[in-house]
Design a protein around this ligand. Structure first.
Ligand code: BGC
Length: 255
C-alpha cells in the first residue's frame, strides 16, 4: 500500500470521479475526508466503501464557494485525523451556453467552484503544511480543456486554464517547502457531468470517434494516477499536467 498513515481530503468526493478517487486512496491505506455539497446519500455510500477497504472516512458538507466553509473543512479534517497530507481538488461543474447568453450567476457558479475553491482550499492546506512542516501533496482534477477549446463552455475553459496556472505558479512557490502540486486532466469520462452526452447516442458516437482509444474513460482510469501522484513515488514530480483522455487532446486527422 502506497498511502498508509496518510490523510487525504477529496473535494466533490461523492461525485463521479471523486468516488473513485476516495475508494482508490483508501485501498492504498489513506484515511479519507469526503467533502460533498448536495448528495449526502452518495457520500454515505462512499464512506461505506472506504470502510470495506479497511480504512476510515469522514464526511463533511461544504459550499466550497465560501472560504469560511473551506477553512471549516480543513479544520474538521485535522480535528478528526490529526493532520492532512493530501488535498485532491476534484469538485467541479460546467454550464453549457452560447457565450452571449452566459449569465452572471452561472459564470460565478463555475468560476467559484472550479477556480476560487481550488485556490483557497490549496491555501488552507498549505497553511497547515507550513505550520506542521509537512511536505504534502496537492492534486487538481483539471481537464483537457485547460488547453483545448470547448465552444459553449467558455467559463469552464477559463476556470481550467486558471487551474493550470495555479499549478505552475505554486510548483515554483511551494517547491522550496517540499510541497508538490500537479494536475490530472481527464478527457471524456463516463460520469454524471456527461449525463447529456451519455444519453445522446449520436453525439456519443461523434465523441468516441474522436478518441484514438475509441471509448469514453472510466473513473478508475483517473483514480489510479491520482494514487500514484499522492504517493512518495511521485516525490520529484511537480508543476505538471497529466492527461487521461485516450489520446483525445492531440487528435487531429484529415477525413
Ligand atoms: C468535460 C466533459 C467533456 C470532456 C471532453 C471534460 O472536462 O467535463 O463535459 O466531455 O471534458 O471534452
Amino acid at each position: 500500500m502506497k498511502l498508509e498513515e496518510k490523510v487525504a481530503i477529496v473535494t466533490g468526493g461523492s461525485g463521479g470521479i471523486g468516488q473513485s478517487i476516495c475508494q482508490r486512496l483508501a485501498q492504498e491505506g489513506a484515511k479519507i475526508v469526503i467533502d460533498y455539497h448536495t448528495h449526502s446519500e452518495a457520500a454515505e455510500k462512499v464512506k461505506q466503501k472506504i470502510e470495506q477497504a479497511g480504512s476510515e472516512g469522514l464526511i463533511v458538507q461544504a459550499d466550497l464557494s465560501k472560504v469560511d466553509q473551506i477553512d471549516n473543512l480543513v479544520e474538521q479534517s485535522i480535528d478528526r485525523f490529526g493532520k492532512v497530507d493530501i488535498l485532491v481538488n476534484n469538485a467541479g461543474l460546467e454550464k453549457r451556453a452560447d457565450f452571449w447568453d452566459v449569465t452572471e450567476a452561472d459564470y460565478d457558479l463555475v468560476l467559484n467552484l472550479n477556480l476560487k475553491a481550488v485556490f483557497f482550499a490549496t491555501q488552507a492546506v498549505v497553511k497547515h503544511f507550513r505550520a506542521t512542516n509537512n511536505q504534502g501533496k496537492i492534486i487538481n482534477i483539471s481537464s483537457v480543456h485547460e488547453e483545448l477549446p470547448f465552444p459553449h463552455f467558455t467559463s469552464y475553459c477559463a476556470s481550467k486554464g486558471g487551474v493550470k496556472m495555479i499549478t505552475r505558479n505554486l510548483s515554483v512557490e511551494l517547491g522550496p517547502l517540499g510541497i508538490t502540486i500537479n494536475n490530472v486532466a481527464p478527457g471524456a469520462i463516463a460520469t454524471p457531468i456527461n449525463h447529456d452526452l451519455l444519453n445522446n447516442a449520436e453525439l456519443l458516437k461523434k465523441v468516441t470517434n474522436n478518441i484514438p482509444l475509441g471509448r469514453m474513460g472510466e473513473p478508475e482510469d483517473v483514480s489510479g494516477l491520482v494514487a500514484f501522484l499522492a504517493s512518495d513515488e511521485a516525490r520529484y514530480i511537480t508543476g505538471s499536467t497529466f492527461y487521461v483522455d485516450g489520446g483525445l487532446l492531440w487528435n487531429y486527422q484529415e477525413q
